[in-house]
Design a protein around this ligand. Structure first.
Ligand code: AMP
Length: 491
């Protein structure tokens, strides 16, 4: 299918061709016609699938077909709510590009930066507002934002909003909008609070589910170092001496950990910058810009700060700490190997993380090859843990396991209509994607080298436009787990 077949206007098609997009991704094929027809959309998809264009293009088109000014003013006619500042700014940049040849104006308001410039932009009027919930609530309270003309609402990464504690802010914001509007709702998982919100918000939605993309992960060259405790930094330093690592995104569990790794790399003259929630928005944007331009070779990030960050041509992902949620591993490594390119993901694992490694291997359905040639091998008795014991949360550190309630069994993460198709690999599809600029014709699954590049592993979109309001079909299997997944974590 081509974008021409999606009935997009010439102005939008021209912008897409400038972006080098030739064919729509599966979610775009399904969501664009539905949204253009005025339908509500419920998309189960993640960053990397092309979902930003899937919701932005119809919004730009629908709004550009109406008068831009009513009652002498340009009104906010579409609101896009998203959990993180980085994601908001990325969506803003995409919308700027896609709407270049239309008269549509957009603006982004995020926390962590001065409000003044945002107030000015708002006073000049915008058709599309992209916002994170906290700052939006402030600006509504101060009467800088009026949402009563909103016709199209997008809730992006709704489950992440829940995890980050924004769900009440989101509900307060929704209450400021007309109840009659079109809603495009995206969430990678459907915990019960999200299903409740869907029931109150969406009317007869077209449901779109992105099916497994195990090949995205298969295309990435993965390896793990099993290390004696206390040697991760040494191993990381060694790895980064290798100049063939052009760009590396290093994940740490905590903000403090990110700062420490960055400091230690500086000691051996490796340029690195950290991005996490304690950094100012300017610092974060600056670090991201430097990394994208190649000025810094290493970006050290926590999961939340890195979420949604879209870095083309990232060669290496390094897990300084293994995540305790296996899906996070898939999401992290999916940052490399985009746009049909190969990528490398290296994990550093100490004794206490062995259960996490086992969980990850179970999810991806294969053993991550171990690199044995190094100076800090784990003792034989510790290594035996990897082979013998069933996976369970590590006893240590006690504080962490307390702060992170045990994960629900994997099967409970999916709605009925959204179950993984086959075995462990199936669940990946809802957690990762893999489209980059210029990825046309190079979709994950079609790529060479895929271990199981069968049709079944190609990401596809299934929609069901006639299911009526989400009720029994979409009721969650994950029973009312209201505890934020990351509660108490210092991201
Ligand atoms: P998203 O899931 O919206 O974050 O998009 C992931 C990446 O895919 C971004 O770099 C987009 O620019 C890119 N992208 C989105 N749609 C297409 C498309 N149809 N063809 C090629 N690249 C795309």
């Amino acid at each position: 299918m081509t974008f021409n077949e999606l009935n997009l206007t010439p102005a939008i098609l021209k912008a897409l061709s400038l972006e080098n997009y030739t064919s729509p991704t599966p979610i775009q094929e399904e969501a664009i016609p539905a949204a253009l027809a005025g339908r509500d959309v419920l998309g189960c998809a993640q960053t990397g699938t092309g979902k930003t264009a899937a919701f932005s293009l119809p919004i730009i088109q629908l709004l550009s077909q109406q008068p831009a000014v009513t009652g002498g003013k340009r009104r906010i006619r579409s609101l896009i709510l998203t959990p993180t500042r980085e994601l908001a700014l990325q969506i803003y940049e995409n919308i700027q590009a896609y709407s270049k040849f239309t008269g549509i104006r957009s603006t982004a308001i995020v926390g962590g930066v001065s409000q003044k410039a945002q107030e000015r932009a708002l006073s000049q009027g915008a058709d599309i507002l992209i916002a994170t919930p906290g700052r939006l609530i402030d600006l509504i309270a101060q009467k800088h934002v009026d949402l009563q003309y909103v016709q199209i609402l997008v809730l992006d990464e709704a489950d992440r909003m829940l995890d980050m504690g924004f769900i009440h802010d989101v509900k307060r914001i929704i209450a400021k909008m007309p109840s009659k509007k079109q809603t495009l709702f995206f969430s990678a998982t459907m915990p019960s609070e999200i299903s409740q919100l869907i029931k109150t918000l969406l009317v007869n939605p077209v449901k779109i589910e992105i099916t497994p993309v195990s090949s995205t992960v298969d295309r990435i060259e993965q390896s793990v170092y099993l290390l004696q405790n206390g040697n991760k930094q040494n191993q990381l330093n060694r790895l980064l001496q290798d100049q063939s690592i052009v760009s590396a995104l290093v994940f740490t569990r905590t903000k403090r950990g990110a700062d420490r790794v960055t400091r230690d790399l500086a000691k051996i003259n490796i340029t690195a910058q950290a991005i996490h929630g304690n950094k100012s928005q300017n610092d974060r944007q600056n670090a991201l810009r430097n990394f994208k331009s190649g000025a810094t070779r290493v970006l050290v990030a926590t999961d939340i700060a890195a979420r949604g960050i879209d870095i083309d041509e990232l060669s290496h992902v390094i897990n300084f700490n293994l995540p305790n949620i296996p899906e996070t591993y898939v999401h992290r490594i999916g940052r490399t190997g985009r746009a049909g390119m190969s990528g490398v993901a290296i994990s550093l694992c100490e004794e206490e993380e062995i259960p996490y490694l086992k969980d990850i291997q179970k999810l991806i359905g294969k053993t991550i090859p171990e690199i044995k040639e190094h100076d800090y091998p784990m003792s034989k008795s510790t290594l035996a843990l990897l082979n013998d014991r069933p996976a369970k949360a590590p006893a240590k550190p006690a504080a962490k396991s307390k702060a992170n309630p045990p994960r629900k069994p994997k099967s409970e993460w999916f709605t009925q209509g959204n179950k993984p198709k086959s075995g462990a690999n199936g669940s990946q599809g809802n957690r990762t994607g893999g489209y980059g600029k210029g990825a046309q014709g190079n979709r994950p699954g079609a790529a060479g080298g895929s271990a199981n590049g069968s049709a079944a592993s190609r990401p596809g979109a299934r929609s069901n436009g006639s299911q009526g309001r989400p009720g029994g079909q979409s009721s969650p299997n994950r029973n009312g787990n209201k505890a934020p997944v990351n509660a108490g974590r210092t991201q």
